[in-house]
Design a protein around this ligand. Structure first.
Ligand code: NAD
Length: 439
């Protein structure tokens, strides 16, 4: 099970290899991470106890440029998972044509059980552990699950202290005040909403009033929900670890967002709206009362996945669409906001049923695109307005979407994932060919 994401990634590569123009020897090289560092992180917690954490940084491939990839804090982190995520970063940066390779980091911990001071110490100790590997021209970390701009600020500060001067470019996803870019926080969700719109255009379908279910209402899920809601789609369900809120008439995304931004959970939100439902004389036609009548109901995360919707957006963890539930899926399109949400076995079933799946390496590439734009601004010591960042994001992810569709249609490939992987593998292999095999 611990190897599942890595095996999943290798199987996706093998599937695309059948159609990709890649030399066998180079393909073999592409299956192995360049290196993975494991670090032991003793931290004195605020409670006075000393706890020893374990962390990793995997540098998967650097043929196209410096390594790039997020850092995840989660109890289920494993070395193999970090390596799979680093591989996916390699294919993602190649697909959206950024001058980067792929990397990923992770620390095994439960952030909910740590105080802010504990998290700061852990982050700084982890940064010290990997600092000989990272750098603005070698490997540039960013946020991922349970890490955020504050985490990046601590990483940047720790690295800079050792260097003796401030090095903003060593990480992306920083707060604006210390070299972050406008638009980074919502970039992944914005990218998800852009590719969903592009998919509907390609399928000649109307996004207005299309029904959408989003698993996970964190950074990516909530921003995708807000932008798709603004574009006219109906967000009928979304979830967190406590379960899903479901309303076939469409959820009040702004109210839900305000609740979650204030630290609330989805089950509390649903319970709260139920409390507000009038018992007797509410008027369904009175706008002031409407939202009360439309109280959402609570579903499980598994039930959310099998709702009869136009678009399903998994935006939480890997491996949620599996052989066990894929036959019950009723969505006609899946946009993979999370990394690796669909197992290879489930993917084959969806492909056979002509369910369009926009693969993770395309659907969630908005984050790394805007990270790249942050890195470029830091190098220029110049900052761009939000409109410039968003326009560049739209242009780059739109181009990658068009190229994936072109590959899919021209080569008559079985699905969009295979199309995206063939492009990514060919680009990375071509970089290896030009550079040759050292020594
Ligand atoms: P996050 O921590 O902000 O949010 C995760 C959400 O998923 C939360 O609502 C959480 O309650 C929910 N969740 C966690 N475990 C769950 C489970 N087992 N079942 C159902 N829901 C669960 O994380 P995020 O930054 O939004 O990342 C979500 C996914 O998107 C991850 O797979 C991540 O790798 C991927 N991703 C994130 C970015 C980014 O810029 N943040 C970029 C690319 C890909």
């Amino acid at each position: 099970m611990a190897d599942a994401p890595f095996e999943n990634m290798l199987a996706q590569m093998d599937r695309a290899k059948e159609y990709a123009d890649v030399d066998d020897g180079i393909f073999e090289r592409l299956k192995h991470p360049e290196r993975t560092l494991k670090v032991t992180l003793p931290v004195e917690l605020e409670s006075g106890d000393v706890e020893v954490f374990e962390g990793y940084r995997c540098q998967f491939n650097s043929a196209r440029g410096p390594f790039k990839g997020g850092v995840r804090f989660h109890p289920s982190v494993t070395q193999r998972e970090v390596e799979a995520l680093a591989g996916w970063m390699t294919w993602k940066t190649a697909l959206v044509d950024l001058p980067y390779g792929g990397a990923k980091g992770g620390v095994i911990c439960e952030p909910k059980e740590l105080t802010d001071r504990d998290l700061e110490r852990l982050t700084r100790r982890y940064t010290e552990g990997i600092r000989r590997m990272i750098g603005p021209e070698t490997d540039v970390p960013a946020p991922d699950m349970n890490t955020n701009p504050q985490t990046m600020a601590w990483m940047m500060d720790t690295y800079s202290m050792y260097e003796g001067h401030t090095v903003p470019q060593v990480v992306t996803g920083k707060p604006l005040e210390i070299g972050g870019t406008p638009g980074r926080v919502e970039a992944t969700g914005r990218g998800v909403s852009i590719v969903t719109g592009r998919l509907f255009e390609y399928l000649d379908r109307d996004l207005t009033d299309a029904t959408v279910a989003i698993q996970g209402f964190g950074n990516v899920g909530s921003n995708a929900a807000k932008l798709l809601d603004e574009a006219g789609a109906r967000i009928v369900a979304t979830s967190d670890v406590t379960g899903a809120a479901y309303d076939p008439d469409g959820l009040d995304v702004d109210a839900l967002d305000a609740h979650v931004a204030a630290g609330g959970l989805i089950d509390e939100y649903v319970a709260g709206t139920l409390r507000d439902v009038p018992t007797g004389d509410g008027d369904r036609n009175d706008d002031r009362d409407r939202s009360r009548w439309d109280a959402p109901e609570m579903l499980s995360n598994d039930e959310l996945l099998t709702l009869d919707v136009d678009v399903l957006i998994p935006a939480a963890v890997e491996g949620v669409i599996t052989e066990a539930n894929v036959h019950d899926l009723r969505a006609s399109a899946v946009v993979e906001a999370a990394n690796g949400p669909t197992t290879v076995a489930a993917d084959k079933v969806l492909s056979g049923r002509d369910v369009q799946v926009v693969p993770d390496i395309l659907a969630n590439a908005g984050g790394v695109i805007v990270s790249y734009l942050e890195w470029v601004q830091n190098a220029q010591e110049f900052s761009w307005p939000l409109e410039t960042v968003n326009a560049e994001l739209e242009r780059r992810i739109g181009t990658a979407f068009d190229q994936t569709i072109e590959q899919y249609d021209e080569k008559d490939l079985p699905d969009l994932r295979t199309a995206a992987y063939t492009l990514a593998l060919e680009r990375t292999a071509s970089a290896h060919e030009y550079r040759g095999l050292f020594p």
